[in-house]
Design a protein. Sequence first.
Lengths: 115, 112
Amino acid sequence: NAGVTQTPKFQVLKTGQSMTLQCAQDMNHNSMYWYRQDPGMGLRLIYYSASEGTTDKGEVPNGYNVSRLNKREFSLRLESAAPSQTSVYFCASTRGAGRLNSPLHFGNGTRLTVT
Amino acid sequence: AQKITQTQPGMFVQEKEAVTLDCTYDTSDQSYGLFWYKQPSSGEMIFLIYQGSYDEQNATEGRYSLNFQKARKSANLVISASQLGDSAMYFCAMREGRKTIFGAGTRLFVKA
């Protein structure tokens, strides 16, 4: 029962490098999300995809791009990494935007350090 | 503007006692959902409890209950009979429309 799978678990980048964080869910969920977690700031929404084929900006989208590749997969790309993007990144999914009572299911997170 | 406010960065509670973690929210929507999640030191996010904006009764799940005061826009989490394993970060979250946003969290320490 995999749930939400994120890769990689850890990554170190140099300033200016690019990378893509991968996320896949096997629960047939419609909606997927990317959050970043920083000390004292909780989880902040970067981008989300309410359904296959749609993506929307969240609270902190600058410096990121996303792709909803299909219903299962939602990737997050850093085109030119900056030290301010050092964070723990979580992918999450839920059944659908219209189902208010459906909780988020989270991946185990990616710890990214940008030097 | 901050939509979810958790005013307690850290809380201590004695084992077997009850503790209340505060959460206030701001929304103009009539239909929304409120959630609490737990994050142990291992880092995973665990769903604890849900309260819908139209629910008239406070939600309960085992030792967790949600003190929902709609007019005051508060959704406090009550943990009864605290256990050492309850030591963790706790996040309040709100779903309005298509997205879910989180508060800054409260770190709970349970003392033996």
